[in-house]
Design a protein around this ligand. Sequence first.
Ligand SMILES: [Zn+2]
Length: 155
Amino acid sequence: MRLLSLAKVSLATVLAACSGCTHVLPAAYQPAIIRDALPPGRGAVTVCAENNVPYVVVDSATMGQLDDEGARVHEMVHVRQILAYRGGCWPFLYRYRVDSAFKAKVELEAYCVWGRWMIEHNRVPAEIWSHITATMLTQYGTVVRNNCLYEDWNP
Ligand SMILES: [Zn+2]
């Protein structure tokens, strides 16, 4: 009976009563995905909404292209990271901005999932890996030594 009554409480009600408690979101939570024009070189970005849940903005210029889908795969990793992070979206974003090691760690994870997805869609693994290592070095100041494309394929 208690479970039944809990099930009647909407997710919005739970979140309103528990600011920052994004861990109550179901694992199958699907963020809003919005199309908008992003600056050149940005395929997608994950953003925090006012109610502390993430949503994804995908560049409208690349709609339907493989890279566009890949960018969504990358951002969905960030969505899962945010939902698993204590405090949810805004605390995650704050740490992302101030903690360069944390930023590099979550980006590498997102790029590795993206890279595996790209290989599954017939991209050349060596080129994908080269892109990941170059991006991690130039954007996040990190030298990646272990090729994650061949590790923990289904972690
Ligand atoms: Zn990222």
